[in-house]
Design a protein around this ligand. Structure first.
Ligand code: ZN
Length: 416
């Protein structure tokens, strides 16, 4: 049977890919022999966990429930985890249809929804206990991904053949240790994906492999959009995709494997920050790029905050991207332009409502902001060569489902 690999490269903007073909030769080579979507619409908000979840569910945040990296649980804002996803993911659908599914390092998938599973190397970043004194029950959603021991034997077989047997603990050292854990973790996931897909080291290739690369997002945040280090990070991700293609080619599997590559959101320069604690003293808030969530006690308080924030040029979002039962206790706002919300000002500007951003580049700006848009590339058997100017977020999952031969009743349409 033909196989499908879905590779999510975190934070590669449509504009970046369009402008820098010379630095992303593998992605462009893939696009030349298949489908290319120049601008894939962003989710609201265009941040990482909503984007990851939409890619694998084909529904919007109000339906899948991951309307931010951080969500309101009725008492607090906390990190979303795979157990918060309210609808079955593509891996779950594929597994239920009897397919062989490998999820390698892709966040927002439950271990039981794959035949072969390895957690995202960054999963422990999402533990609330890393920030608070006491663990909270929701941490379990991420912890159980980290504890999962692959029962398929495939990862052990890959390690026996000389590939890594796991990922470093990214949180066991300083910033340099974190960065090297990141590039190592990303590389390991793509090495494993290449080896599994080529069917050489660990039995027959899975029908579906889902994996991701985080490095482009982190480097752009810190270094800046189109900074030389950001270019390195995107080229690194491109080269990892190239390794997968080369491995398939060497194994004679290229004609039997479809590859879908996309991003969870784009990236673009951040010009300034608004500091939530000074804007709304005493309020419970959560910053999601250019979107601010405020916990409110019903519509009257939401309107009071709305008129206060309007003095700072901040507009209220309709909130229809929130699950219906959250719309009365979470109000969503957007800064507009290239402005990000941050929890508090740096110490030297204590008390200020606005100032420089901690991050040089970011995402999750006002709905429709072009820099939030990403791309989609799909190549493989039966995928016609064509370019589409635009596609919807929901089309990614519908396209992947069609390539797997799965029935799909989401709002998206297959692009191939
Ligand atoms: Zn991201």
């Amino acid at each position: 049977m033909d196989s499908l690999i879905v590779i999510m490269l975190d934070g590669i903007a449509a504009d970046h890919l369009a402008r820098h073909g010379a630095r992303t030769p593998h992605l462009h080579a893939l696009a030349e022999r298949g489908l290319r979507v120049d601008r894939l619409a962003a989710d609201v908000p265009a941040t990482s966990l909503p984007g990851r979840t939409s890619i694998l569910t084909g529904v919007s945040t109000d339906v899948h429930g991951i309307y931010g990296n951080v969500i309101w649980d009725g008492a607090r804002f906390r990190y979303a985890n795979p157990d918060d996803v309210r609808v079955p993911t593509l891996p779950a659908h594929a597994l239920a249809a009897g397919l062989d599914v490998a999820v390698l390092g892709y966040g927002m998938v439950r271990p039981e929804d794959a035949t072969t599973f390895h957690h995202a190397w960054w999963a422990n970043e999402m533990l609330q206990r890393a920030r608070d004194a006491a663990p909270i029950p929701a941490d379990e959603g991420w912890l159980r991904t980290s504890r999962h021991v692959d029962g398929s034997g495939r990862i052990a077989a890959l390690a026996a053949a000389g590939l890594p047997d796991g990922v470093p603990d990214a949180y066991a050292g300083d910033r340099m240790h974190y960065l090297m854990s990141e590039v190592t973790g990303d590389q390991t996931m793509l090495q494993w994906s290449a080896a599994l897909a080529s069917g050489a080291l660990a039995g027959a290739p899975p029908d579906l492999i889902v994996t991701e690369v985080l490095t482009p997002d982190s480097l752009q945040h810190v270094a800046g959009f189109e900074h030389p280090f950001a270019h390195w990070a995107v080229s690194y991700a491109d080269a990892l995709v190239g390794e997968v293609v080369r491995a398939l080619d060497r194994a004679g599997r290229l004609g039997r494997t479809s590859i879908v590559v996309t991003s969870d959101h784009g990236h673009g320069p951040v010009e300034r920050a608004l500091y939530a604690d000074a804007l709304l003293p005493g309020a419970t808030t959560s910053c999601e790029g250019g979107v601010l969530y405020v916990a409110v006690d019903g519509p009257t308080e939401a309107r009071r905050i709305e008129s206060h924030l309007a003095e700072h040029g901040v507009a209220r979002l309709p909130g229809d991207h929130l699950p219906p039962e959250r719309r009365h206790d979470v109000a969503a706002f957007v800064a507009g332009g290239a402005t990000a919300f941050e929890a508090s000002a740096p110490s030297e500007r204590a008390g200020a409502t606005e100032g420089p951003s901690r991050y040089a580049s970011g995402h999750g700006f006002a709905p429709g902001t072009p820099s939030d848009e990403r791309f989609l590339i799909a190549a493989g058997p039966g995928i016609a060569q064509r370019t589409l100017e635009r596609a919807a977020s929901a089309d990614v999952a519908a396209t992947a489902a069609a390539l797997l031969g799965l029935a799909w009743d989401g709002p998206g349409r297959s692009l191939t």
